[in-house]
Design a protein around this ligand. Structure first.
Ligand SMILES: Nc1nc2c(ncn2[C@@H]2O[C@H](COP(=O)(O)OP(=O)(O)OP(=O)(O)O)[C@@H](O)[C@H]2O)c(=O)[nH]1
Ligand SMILES: [Mg+2]
Length: 389
């Protein structure tokens, strides 16, 4: 993950501990070992793959004499670098401010030293207070802005009449590649990097026999995603929350795929998306380790759809599954369409399952199954037969 932030890993130290040391996370022996390693490899930065408390960060930094960051800060940094749109930037900035607030003291430790030298509560203290106030004001402002954006976005999504499908999943699982494959849109950004996609992208997708749906590609999740970031991304993930169907894309060549699936499920729950019908799509079936992963996934979550977004294998079955899901939500309705509405007659036949067709003097009486969104879109209630079902 350090590479994703533009850094180069020069050394690694692992220790399994049941309970982290309250003051320095690792015990003093391990911290000395880490200090020597940092010196020997001339490291500029130490990254902890866990969240450190503000005090731990401060203490370790004092011991190592180099900058120390934790997993959350690293993830926030990657997100900050990738954010392109106003909304994504605002979301990351908000998460960074919330992260920073309890850690401000650490940034003022140099003033602490001066303070002790002159023996008084120096300017550092007041500066921290005013910085804290400034950050709190900004957090309030950004939260308000994001709330507005979320509202606008949710309203816009709810107004879309089409069936909505969202791609969700762990970062690098192949969501954007699948989006590209299904929509034939070469502009979808695909990359072998963490968090390649930060902004939701929505495209129309034709589904044979049942009309169009809206397919959205969303930001990928990761283990121990900073909590502030998850809450900030509420707006970006409106698409997933408002979806009629979620496609949970899993990289079945990933040895940690079962953990990844649970991570994604946990984040979806946090984002109130856990009530949306979900289909697990096992991607990267063309890869070497895929059969083992696929078997493991099946024993964990039951039957899944195996595909390869790269080669296209299984994608027709996926379209069929979307089609089945769309049509399972169809409504049975009886409509009387007069002959003068010839164009509508043809359109209806094309986008519904006609159960019964009775030719009458002035038009045709249909009993059919059709998507609720099409009924609204074409104002079909207007043609509903009085004896309708
Ligand atoms: N072999 C193989 N590679 C794939 C497949 N699907 C995607 N990839 C590769 O996996 C990497 C990640 O693909 P993306 O589509 O960017 O993944 P993503 O899920 O959108 O990732 P984020 O946007 O970071 O969440 C890229 O290098 C893709 O080329 C597949 O079916 N088979
Ligand atoms: Mg992507």
């Amino acid at each position: 993950m350090v590479d994703a932030a533009g850094g180069e890993t020069v050394g690694r130290l692992v220790q399994s501990i049941n309970k982290p040391h309250a003051a320095t996370f690792f015990g003093s022996g391990k911290i000395s070992e880490l200090k020597s390693l940092c010196k020997a490899r001339d490291a500029d930065l130490a990254v902890f793959d866990e969240e450190l408390t503000p005090a731990q960060g401060r203490n370790i930094e004092r011991e190592l004499c180099i900058r120390v960051i934790d997993r959350s800060e690293l993830i926030l940094d990657i997100f900050a670098n990738r954010a392109k749109t106003h909304q994504a930037k605002l979301q990351v900035a908000l998460a960074q401010l919330k992260y920073k607030l309890p850690r401000l003291k650490r940034m003022w430790t140099h003033l602490d030293r001066i303070k002790s030298a002159i023996g008084a509560r120096g300017p550092g203290e007041t500066q921290i207070e005013s910085d804290r106030r400034l950050i709190r004001d900004k957090i309030k402002e950004y939260t308000e802005k994001l709330k507005q954006l979320t509202k606008i976005q949710e309203r816009a999504i709810q107004q879309r009449k089409d069936f909505k499908v969202s791609l969700v999943g762990y970062t690098n699982a192949g969501k954007s590649t699948l989006m590209r494959r299904l929509t034939h849109d070469q502009d979808v950004y695909v990359a072998d990097q963490l968090f390649a996609t930060l902004d939701t992208l929505t495209r129309k997708l034709k589904i044979p026999n049942v009309g169009t749906c809206l397919l959205s590609d969303t930001v990928g999740f990761v283990d121990k995603l900073p909590h502030h970031l998850v809450s900030s991304f509420h707006a970006t993930l409106s698409e997933a929350r408002e979806a009629d169907l979620l496609l949970h894309v899993v990289d079945c060549s990933d040895p940690l795929l079962v953990e990844r699936v649970h991570t994604v499920e946990r984040v979806l729950e946090e984002l109130d998306c856990d009530n949306v019908p979900t289909l697990i799509v096992a991607n990267k079936c063309d890869c070497e380790g895929a059969p083992v992963g696929l078997a493991e996934l099946r024993s964990e979550v039951g039957d899944v759809l195996a595909i390869s977004a790269a080669t296209g294998e299984g994608c027709d079955d996926l379209l069929q599954a979307i089609q089945d899901d769309m049509s399972s939500q169809w409504e049975t309705i009886e409509l009387f369409i007069p002959y003068e509405e010839g164009a509508l007659l043809n359109k209806i036949k094309l986008h519904s399952h006609v159960l019964k067709e009775t030719v009458e003097e002035k038009g045709i009486l249909f009993q059919l199954e059709i998507a609720p969104n099409i009924i609204d879109q074409w104002n079909l209630r207007h043609y509903q037969s009085t004896e309708s079902l």
